[in-house]
Design a protein around this ligand. Structure first.
Ligand SMILES: [Zn+2]
Length: 153
């Protein structure tokens, strides 16, 4: 399978192409910025390979990399985490659960209200960025599976 560096390089190097495509299609600037940020964040920090306890994306979380250990224990490598549809959802829901756990003490002790509105105009371009980065990852894994071994190391 391609290494983490190949995945990350491929995803980050193709980003300008996706943005140029968006400009050509008349996608509004704000949506392109949201898309680009989500795409880069997903490539760097929300890779499907977080299903491995020791991986480039886990290391990029630095001192917080232990937060992803339960994810690696829960998800078999290249299983549901690499599903074209469900993979990104598992990580977004996992992140939401982490955020909730972090926020809960403040809510309970200091009565800080839960943020109840997500700016809906960010949703579509944000999800497009997260999903495109994911689909390129699983697509590259799939292509590498067709090639003779050790080609993309
Ligand atoms: Zn992978």
């Amino acid at each position: 399978m391609p290494s983490g560096k190949v995945h990350l390089g491929f995803e980050l190097l193709t980003l300008p192409g996706w943005v140029a495509g968006g400009v050509a299609l008349g996608v509004p600037e704000g949506a392109l910025v949201t898309f680009s940020l989500a795409y880069a964040a997903a490539s760097l920090l929300l890779s499907p390979d977080l299903d491995l306890a020791r991986s480039g994306p886990a290391r990029r979380w630095g001192a917080l990399r232990w937060l992803w250990l339960p994810y690696a224990w829960l998800f078999r490598h290249r299983g549901l985490s690499h599903s074209p549809l469900w993979g990104p959802l598992t990580r977004l829901l996992y992140l939401a659960a982490l955020a909730l756990l972090l926020f809960l003490p403040f809510h309970l002790a200091l009565k800080v209200p839960f943020p109840h509105r997500f700016p809906s105009r960010l949703l579509a371009p944000g999800l497009a960025g997260v999903y495109l980065a994911h689909l390129l990852h699983v697509g590259l894994d799939w292509v590498a599976g067709l090639l003779p071994r050790r080609r993309l190391k």
